[in-house]
Design a protein around this ligand. Sequence first.
Ligand SMILES: *[C@@H]1O[C@H](CO)[C@@H](O)[C@H](O)[C@H]1NC(C)=O
Ligand SMILES: *[C@@H]1O[C@H](CO)[C@@H](O)[C@H](O)[C@H]1NC(C)=O
Ligand SMILES: *[C@@H]1O[C@H](CO)[C@@H](O)[C@H](O)[C@H]1NC(C)=O
Ligand SMILES: *[C@@H]1O[C@H](CO)[C@@H](O)[C@H](O)[C@H]1NC(C)=O
Length: 458
Amino acid sequence: MYRLCSVLLLLCPVLQAQEINVNEKVTGTLGQQITLPCTFNNNGVDMQVTQIMWMKDSTNLATYSPQFGIHVQNKNDFNLTASPSSATLLIKLLRASDEGNYICEVTTFPGGNRRGITYLSVKAEPRNSAEALPVIAGDIEVPVAKCASANGRPPSQITWRSTLPGNFDTTMNNNTDGTYTVVSNYKLVPTWTADKQEVICIISYDSKESVIPITLSIQYSPIVTIEGYDNNWYLKRLGASLTCNAHGNPQPTVYTWKTADGSPLPNTVKAKDNVLYVDEVDERVNTTIVCEVTNALGSRASHQEVLVRDKPNTSGAGATGGIIGGIIAAIVGIAVITTVIMICRQQRKNQTAEDDDLEGPPAYKPPPPSVKMQEEKFPPIQGEEMLPLKAPLDHTDTMEDPEMTPPKYWSPTGSQNTATLEDDYLEQINPIYSELSIPESGSHRDDQGFVMSPAVYV
Ligand SMILES: *[C@@H]1O[C@H](CO)[C@@H](O)[C@H](O)[C@H]1NC(C)=O
Ligand SMILES: *[C@@H]1O[C@H](CO)[C@@H](O)[C@H](O)[C@H]1NC(C)=O
Ligand SMILES: *[C@@H]1O[C@H](CO)[C@@H](O)[C@H](O)[C@H]1NC(C)=O
Ligand SMILES: *[C@@H]1O[C@H](CO)[C@@H](O)[C@H](O)[C@H]1NC(C)=O
């Protein structure tokens, strides 16, 4: 009868009430301890627990009996804390082999056996590392970066992201402690252009991603160019120079200037690091000049043929003169136009100012104290005529007590009025403004409406 019920739980409501509670899944960390709880609840049904036993793969690990006490099979690895209603198994030092199903079996009288099953998984956090593998530039594919995730469980996944054309291979080592070491190498043909470029290693473990950028180091002997020869070196030209530009890995430090035929540099020439100064050009620099740059990997040179002319090439100089002349003409033109605009504006301003002094609504007249302040602000030459220029409207609005003249602040028409008046002013001052400001004036009004809103002001 009871056996039948333990199979057909749904048909036996009384026995269903008795429960064994265990965790369905528990995750422990390798090398640490973990407890697996098991509790029995008889829910008031009169029933005696005669034994609670923890098992793994049908091996008895630890047993509790109210009558005989606790028995632990392997005291080095396990312990049990128990009472008639609970038995908690302690695993002292987790190993990978501890992973699996743990069964808590409760024997009752007269109920028989009931079981709860916990799946224990054992994890180990990996140690991640990434490094560039310094290589020498070449045309055979080699590993240039290495990414490792050591002693993880379960094993990490490693992928790469790069704009450089390359590929990667990944190997996994099964360690004896049940952890995995995953190592991935990024490989490419190491051209010097890949030096200091970045590849990104992505290590995925436990649904977390570690994104590790790696800056490549590709060593190459110096790449050298010479700048500064304008094809117009002529006799007695003063202060000519050549600059030797070089880059390499490691950074080149030694620059050697010489002539291609091995003759010594003339003493009118001074070499300082990567610059060759020629105080005064003479026929002795009418030769091919060489800059040789050296780093730990070797030397490379750049050649510059120098042709010394008897006279300056004036057609080149003419072109330069033309450009300079053009620039000067443009500057003069801009200055003239600016002056004309300024004069016109000044006249219009004066005119509109006078108009407004006559037409201006009295409501907008600034109160006496503010007039004084504004007068002080303007230089005496411009005087009162300048006053209506935009300033009075803004100033009266901001300086008046909002409580005194609520309509201006609360009604949207009030603020719109202000904006329209302002626009009119600007239109009068500069007719272009009306064209330029059509799309903007709408938003300008919106802005004002927003600024004037009670929420902002109160
Ligand atoms: C096992 O657990 C019991 C009860 O918690 C405790 O008294 C005992 O010292 C433990 N034994 C070992 C070997 O840890
Ligand atoms: C290493 O472990 C993985 C995953 O558990 C398995 O698929 C693979 O066969 C193992 N390799 C070796 C050499 O044992
Ligand atoms: C420089 O050398 C070229 C030939 O290489 C020659 O034609 C020219 O006259 C030389 N200039 C001077 C100033 O000697
Ligand atoms: C002078 O310079 C111009 C432009 O730099 C060039 O086209 C021309 O060939 C040069 N003349 C001589 C004689 O080298």
